[in-house]
Design a protein around this ligand. Sequence first.
Ligand SMILES: [Ca+2]
Ligand SMILES: [Ca+2]
Length: 266
Amino acid sequence: MNKTVFVSLVLIIFAVSTSCFSFSTNLNIPITRGDTSIYADINPDRKMEIITVSFPRLKDGGIYDYVLIIDNDTTMGVFEIMDDAFAYLIDIDQSDGYREVVLMALGPSDMTDYKIFRYSEEKIIKIGDVYGFFGINTDGDGILKANEWMGFWTREQLYKLDNELMVLLPIPKDVYSLDVDVTVTKSFEILSERIDGAEVLEDLLPGTEIKLIGADTSPSFFYNNNRGYIDDYNRDWYLIRTYDGTEGWARLETFRDLVDGLIWAG
Ligand SMILES: [Ca+2]
Ligand SMILES: [Ca+2]
């Protein structure tokens, strides 16, 4: 092997071994796995910030899952889940002079916990906690989109970046769309409105196929179900379309055990 070939090989091996872990994203930005330092201007002052991220619990069982240091300010906290962790910058609103620091922790089944920070007037401000499933993305128009796992479907939740309050505010939606086909195994009723005791539109018969086309996931606070714990998940109203086109409402708790085809995961 001549010297030139040998040097080239060493350089190639060095380049491969030091290349960043790449993570598939539609944000088209570098994502760093594990502890990292990023040198970037992330606020309107036209000076570079030194951003240092560490995930102590991943390597030595530290108390905090993440420690974020930007210049002279430090913040730390925990994730709900963390098998692996990443850091990157995004720009939620391309007109405001800020970029945001995202700390992302992955758990089982692609469950993902995001902590989103901004650096303003020499302080780190946490602007959002987002719990995603297939990731978050933004078009840079001040809106952050997160796909949130709802047990057997994903809800696209939009967040608006409020530049006065410096917080990501969820934009509530009356009815989220979904498209889930199930088969009735035991008879239940669909109602004309999202109100307990509303007019019964149809008594669905076993063996008929229905489609879940909408969900009202607004919270029903402090509902204590018959298993003795607080749960609002089962209280969500679902809009159901029958084979003849009738559309009516039922709470998840009404039908979840009376249909076949809900693919529960997570
Ligand atoms: Ca700056
Ligand atoms: Ca921005």
